[in-house]
Design a protein around this ligand. Structure first.
Ligand SMILES: [Zn+2]
Length: 330
């Protein structure tokens, strides 16, 4: 049923797109409802001839309404279920982040805002939450270090067009590496950031605001993430329309980047840290912000990194006996 649901979402999204406009905000709400009600009553014959499910095994950051639905459906389950270790590796030695700015980012303050954001995360109390996670390999327990470096950024001028699939995201990362624009880094994490005129047709704005997965490049498995510009659908992917750095799309992207980064560090191959319902650390705290304060322009913020204020989601602190969502650790 899940696949069918995805199919309906894609259909609706593609319909909206084929009209020649960005998916209207109304349509986002509508599709969520449609998904909810169609789930129990889908006749079998409709399942025939559906497009094959995307082969990309990905972990999504849900749009706002979707997360609320999930919370309502699974009352309390999300936070009561402990996150557990499943034996896979984590990014214990720290992460080299690579940004791929896809589409048109000319004169968009997002480039400065999100570059500053990644440059100031290292050593922060927020990122320190990641140090509550570890890997065990050969009997040796290694905690994650509070270390993230924005190593390099590159631009991609619509090499895959304006309507992307999950496989297009893979192609964008592979192209950046094979062209030499970015190195193939054994501790690299590759973030594809798309401009507001770009669609990701597997569900950006209707199902998710971003996602992460991993791919094989030259016998190396590398983690990567898709981060769409939330300016395309602020009501689905942004917490507020007036934002700390005066760019609602970019400020919302900061929270999605933080979310995907936290998950890549603890679950890069999707086999290390997640809970009983499959939620990774940041999933357990999606769309929660803890205590906030007013930024100078009146918007809400909850962390100051470098000279900028941001509103980023909380992350799951893996403390014993039970974890919790928090903005910092300790
Ligand atoms: Zn997630």
């Amino acid at each position: 049923m899940k696949e069918m649901t995805g199919f309906i979402f894609s259909l609706t999204a593609m319909l909206a797109i084929s009209i020649g406009e960005q998916p209207p905000l109304l349509a986002v709400k509508k599709t969520i409802k449609q998904e909810k009600y169609s789930r129990p009553s889908l006749p079998d014959h409709l399942k025939k001839g559906r497009p094959p499910k995307s082969k990309v095994d990905k972990r999504i950051f849900p749009v706002k309404g979707k997360k609320e639905d999930a919370n309502t459906l699974a009352e309390g389950q999300n936070t009561q279920s402990a996150i557990t270790y499943h034996g896979g590796p984590v990014m214990a030695r720290g992460v080299n982040v690579y940004y791929i700015w896809y589409g048109n980012w000319t004169s968009n303050s997002a480039v400065a805002i999100l570059t500053d954001f990644m440059n100031s995360l290292k050593g922060s109390p927020w990122l320190n939450i990641e140090t509550t996670y570890y890997q065990i390999s050969g009997g040796v327990k290694t905690p994650i270090q509070n270390s993230v470096t924005l190593q390099k950024s590159t631009f991609d001028n619509y090499s895959q067009g304006k309507f992307l699939s999950d496989n297009s995201i893979i192609a964008i990362v592979k192209r950046a590496i094979s062209s030499g624009a970015l190195p193939l880094d054994p501790i690299g994490a590759y973030f594809v950031l798309t401009s507001a005129d770009v669609a990701e047709t597997s569900g950006f704005c209707s199902q998710y605001c971003g996602w992460h997965s991993y791919m094989q490049v030259n016998a190396k498995k590398i983690p990567y993430a898709f981060i769409g510009n939330a300016a395309r659908c602020l009501s689905a992917c942004a917490a507020q329309r007036t934002s700390p750095n005066g760019n609602a799309g970019a400020d919302a992207m900061a929270s999605v980047i933080a979310h995907e980064l936290a998950e890549i560090m603890t679950d890069l191959y999707l086999n290390a840290w997640y809970d009983g319902v499959g939620d990774e650390n940041a999933d357990k705290c999606a769309w929660t912000f803890g205590s906030t304060y007013k930024a100078p322009n009146g918007s809400s913020a909850n962390v100051k990194l470098g000279s900028r204020n941001y509103l980023i989601q909380q992350n799951w602190i893996n403390s014993t006996p039970s974890g919790r969502c928090g903005l910092h650790y300790p």
